[in-house]
Design a protein around this ligand. Sequence first.
Ligand code: NOJ
Length: 762
Amino acid sequence: MVEARISRRSLLMGGAAITAWAASPVSAMLRTIQPGRDAAAIDALIGQMTLEEKAGQLSLMASAWGGGVATTLNPAGDNGSFAAQIADAVAGKLTGVFNGNGAAMALQMQRAVISGSRLKIPVIFAADIIHGHRTIFPVPVAEAASFEPSLAERTARVAAFEAAGAGIDWTFAPMVDIARDQRWGRTMEGAGEDVLLGRQFAAARVRGFQGKSLSDADAMLACAKHFAAYGAAEAGLDYNSVDVSERTLRDVYLPPFKAAFDAGALSTMASFNEISGIPSNGNKWLMTDLLRGEWGFQGFVVSDYTGDEEMILAGFAKDRRDAARIAFLAGVDMSMKSGVYVEHLPGLVRDGLVPQALVDASVRRVLAIKARLGLFDNPFRRIDLKREKARSRLKTSLDLAREAAVKSIVLLKNDGNLLPLAPTARIALIGPFANAKTDLNGPWVVYGDNAQAINLATGLTEGMAGRGSLAVVAGSGVDKPLAGGIEAAVAAARNADVVVLEIGESENMSGEAQSRDEITVPAPQQALAEALAATGKPLVIVLKNGRALALEGAVKAAPAIVVGWFLGSEGGRALTDVLLGKASPSGRLPMSFPIASGQEPFHYDRKATGRPNPSGDLLPYKTHYRGIPNEALYPFGHGLTFGDIVYSNLAQNSPAMAWDGSLEISATIANRGRREAEEVVQLYVHDRVATVTQPIRELKAFRKIRLPAGASEVVSFKLRREDLLFIGTALKLTVEPGTFDVWIAPSAQADGVHGTFDLSAA
Ligand code: NOJ
């Protein structure tokens, strides 16, 4: 095994390679390429490059090490041998590799390039570090339920600390796609349906990944993806066409990207989808006019995997050469995996179809970012075998994983205060996930190990510490019944005081290419729930899910429902903290749970229509389905606590907001319960009349507060004209004088307290 032999040598040679590099004359020359004073040195380097080497700098390849993990999360492809890939790297045919296997691999490749290549341009190592490296945090949409962007910044920081310790310079995250259709499996990877939350989490994650300075050894370059509107796939079908107006694009889908770039993200990924007939990989308006021209983006654009080449099957490019030409001219600087740039860019330049100056500009961007990552200063700065081990799964990281998981959990329903459970109770823990060693981390984990994650059975066993009793029964498979499963589950339930039923989706039911036509609990698990409900024992449902689910029957009717997502390394302990009341639940839904799958796409910030149905009975010729209202079962922003929260006393410092002024709006939030609670106080606005119809409600601000039992707090928000902007008739941000409704409320559908104000004309 080449890998094994070289990796043993690498272990011994790590320090030596770094010392040799530091002493070499090439290192001295390249070290002049530094953040802030790199332009001339980079131009000098470009001046020495052949066209083939330039195309190589614009080509990222799937790591071939040991077969690589790159293709386990992507369509399988032949990545060749690692030895051949090293030879390619030395020959300048690639800029770096992604989803490789850690520092040993990186050391080998970087050493070969630095010692053997003509120009000694360091390679870059990329990976899908989406919600953790070895310590796995909740899936991103779960973390968004915390309504605490600083939490996502902290978990992204730890992910970068671990991953950069393993040689990774660049993460393909954050995913900042707004997801309004819960059939779409990649909902789990973003921050949900709301634009404000999406913007704040996008920026926080970028800050977390990139740290104080990109050149730090624990910083990773962030990649805001997938540019753009990937989440708007028709019918929630992954990769499907998108046909949104430029207004919706600018109002809804683009703002999280802008927030990520404003926070410093220096790379973005061209989405697989087309928008109104133009694939993103071939969309010059998007990739060049808007991104670089209008927004002044200084980073580079990479294709999503073979997205450039896929323009052939989409019917937009004739062949690989045509695909390379179209993508490059549109503004996609770097091609991932397909190899179309390395194969065709030189020829396209020689034939006059692609200007050499454009190629130089893309190479300049890529080299400038390699410089900002500190790679010219020290190509081995993130490659350190000892550090890789030393940083993995530290206690502080696992503690943060538990904190993040607790804060991600959403309590949808708690009739009769069934929760928290007494640790002395006789509990029947049932469901296919209860004691499983799978489906804990969630989709999009490259380096984490489910076997190291804590399931609910382990969490409850620890939490109960020998008190009460715990019977654990699977009862069903995920999507197939288990022989005798229901009978065993019912027997366990009969001997218990309470049933905790953990059901829902397996890891492979959400994530990429995992669209669902019905977003319900799979039938065998639903049957299990019905049988358990029939025992008459109190039923606590703990959902495992990467998207909103349409709850039915006994699941919907259960007295207590907890959204448990995929919570990562410490999930079972975090769920136990909430179930046994060590922690008070504080998560809020980042997306609406519909009444039925057929409502999708469903989002709270929809338009009124000219025939809205007032709440209450369904009226004829109004906007509703035949049997159900046009509402959520559990709306965006909803989540209960163990307290009893009451909103009152909306107060404004004025009935009007002056054009250049601000308005203070407050409400009193009281906890009349007997337990401390954390409340996410949300402020929504509705613009009553505008030249473009406006959503029935839009989140404009939120604040998370801690309220001891019996305490109350006046929570106040300051609104300005900028908070009321929308994309107007001229497709520009605009704001118009008029009357606005305002709510301070516990969810997008709750009344909370309501007022109005006028924005006066300038
Ligand atoms: C395809 C996915 O869409 C993207 O998010 C990911 O970063 C790449 N594959 C690389 O694994």
